[in-house]
Design a protein around this ligand. Structure first.
Ligand SMILES: Nc1ncnc2c1ncn2[C@@H]1O[C@H](COP(=O)(O)OP(=O)(O)O)[C@@H](O)[C@H]1O
Ligand SMILES: [Mg+2]
Length: 309
């Protein structure tokens, strides 16, 4: 791999440093190169290129807002024996702590960013004789993303949709349940899902949802900080409902209360927030069931029952 990296990164220097390690999905390595330190994620699955391309597109989209700090993505490279590597800027990170409320503010600003672009674009359309509107991005009007992104290693369809409940039900919940059906054919899950599906629209009645650019997998293992401030990484971005982002953040711990307080100061909870959060947490339990197996069956079914109450 080192030979491949030297050639692909056009660097004479390639010196490993730090301890290699990784996350839940890929192995990670750090190297000094001619142009600075890089972090290299290695994954030998056949779909690794698709996974890393989704991560790269997500990092680029987040970075382009200028509102959150992410590692600068550099290159996806195929491995000769199958799989791929993803090279990005190396950042020296420590666990999120003192920067948690700052991250809450930044995530809220990120979630409001597209709405602000939309408002600006509408205002410009109403301004007669303003010829510069095409120079500005207009914001996104639908839910989805321009490419597949993977939450964990499962590829997610991001085809653009006008309606959020339809997008979320079809491309998130149903997609996970299809995989569960294939692997487990679980009768109880099928029954609960057929009852739950019809109840989903009422969870969204009366609220307006503007597409928001999301990190898409904001658990404590994908956030950090350094002396400059908060850092987020390993995203699976798409334009969706901002509340979706808070589901995994509030499930597995690691986010101080100050994160949520700061977030909700900028984006207050809408009516029905708590129940929708359960629906979004259900997605994460199903996704965990598909990644890590049966131990997530019981929390998944428990969540469906809770939602049916
Ligand atoms: N750009 C980076 N610079 C330095 N360390 C990183 C970088 N990205 C990730 N890491 C380290 O590697 C770990 C796993 O990274 P992550 O991207 O979450 O992998 P996975 O996709 O396997 O979950 C992180 O928790 C962090 O410690
Ligand atoms: Mg990760």
């Amino acid at each position: 791999m080192e030979q491949l990296l030297r050639a692909q990164l056009h660097t004479k220097t390639l010196r490993a440093f730090g301890s290699s390690g990784g996350g839940c999905i890929s192995e990670g390595y750090a190297y000094y190169t001619d142009t600075g330190p890089v972090f290299v994620k290695v994954n030998r699955r056949a779909q690794a290129r698709q996974m890393f391309e989704g991560e790269m597109a997500s990092l680029e989209a987040l970075r382009n807002t200028g509102l959150v700090r992410v590692p600068k993505p550099m290159k996806v490279i195929d491995l000769p024996g199958g799989g791929a590597v993803f090279v990005m800027e190396h950042l020296k990170m420590k666990s999120l702590g003192s920067q948690a409320s700052k991250l809450g503010e930044q995530m809220a600003d990120l979630h409001l960013y597209n709405q602000k672009l939309r408002e600006k674009s509408k205002a410009q359309q109403n301004t007669v004789g303003c010829g510069a509107e095409d120079a500005e991005p207009r914001g996104v009007t639908k839910f989805g993303f321009h490419t597949v992104t993977c939450c964990g290693f499962i590829p997610q369809v991001n085809e653009w949709q006008d309606d959020w409940p339809t997008f979320f039900t079809r491309h998130r919940l149903q997609a996970q349940l299809d995989l569960i059906e294939k692997d487990y054919a679980d009768r109880e899950t099928q029954e609960l899902w057929s009852r739950l599906q019809v109840k989903i629209p009422e969870l969204f009645s009366g609220i307006e949802i503007v597409p928001a650019l999301l990190h898409g997998d904001l658990w404590s293992g994908n956030v950090a900080e350094d002396e400059q401030g908060p850092i987020i990484y390993d995203p699976a971005s798409f334009y969706g409902h901002s509340e979706f982002e808070l589901a995994i953040a509030s499930m597995f711990g690691g986010f101080p209360r100050s994160f949520f307080t700061a977030y909700h100061q900028k984006i207050p909870k809408a009516p029905g927030f708590d129940k929708r959060l359960l629906l979004y947490q259900l997605f994460n339990y199903l996704n965990h069931w598909n990644h890590f197996g049966r131990e997530y069956r019981s929390p998944s079914l428990g969540m469906m029952r809770k939602l049916l109450r």
